[in-house]
Unconditional design. Sequence first.
Length: 288
Amino acid sequence: MYAAPFEYHRASSVQEAVGLLQRYGDDAKLLAGGHSLLPVLKLRLSTIGHLIDIRRIEGLSGIREAGGEIVIGAATSHAALQHSQLLQQKLPILAEAAAQIGDPAVRNLGTIGGSLAHADPAADLPAVILALGSELRVEGPDGSRTIAADDCFTGLFSTALRPGEILTEIRVPVPTARTGTAYEKHAHPASGFAVVGIAAVLTAGTGNTIAQARIAVTGVGTAATRAGKAETMLMGQTPTPDLLQLAASKVPDGIAARGDLYAPPEFRAQLARVHAERALLRAWQRMR
């Protein structure tokens, strides 16, 4: 099936794209990688009058280190994340998660900004961005602003971005010494999306205690979210396999698990416990 007719615009700058969004409002959509938008248009689950292509805007892609942060352009592909030597050295969890997205065709076209702005409840990167304590830079009709990742994902396919705003870059603080990270995922056998995905970041304090723990979950609820109860249980404690297992058992607490033909809510919650334990164990090993 073919998409309904629309007018194509190729934006040469972020400001031009913002202006087009402001002019056409709800009748316009942005094209980055297109792996989520194009199937919807081709199946005519949605129709638009204007498609705004932002893929070739100069400066909207790339990965660099600046001021103690890793700065990632929103149009950076998943494949670029996967193969980035800078990420492999400084943020291995991000390269690790990107390598598990879809297949090579998806990774070569899909973008980190598209994934975060689309906020699919089964996407991998929102959980990783949450666990890393990142910030999202956006541009809109009223100028630029920063959104903390903790405040970004508000519900099913819903974010804190306002109408007319474009996500331009993601800023991730470089983890301190003795920080261990890991991403564990149970992928859907057909789509590759996360039935459950767990991102764990553990930072050592005095001795072998955990000074900071951040655990984020995707695939279980309607949006990526932090596992606050499990994080609190680990803070200030000396990790052991038994403690990590106990904390992992609390990861689904407070999340209203979704259900479908592949995984009913109870199964999703159990998968979250199992993969959380694996992620925490690997993060602990890397922290040491």
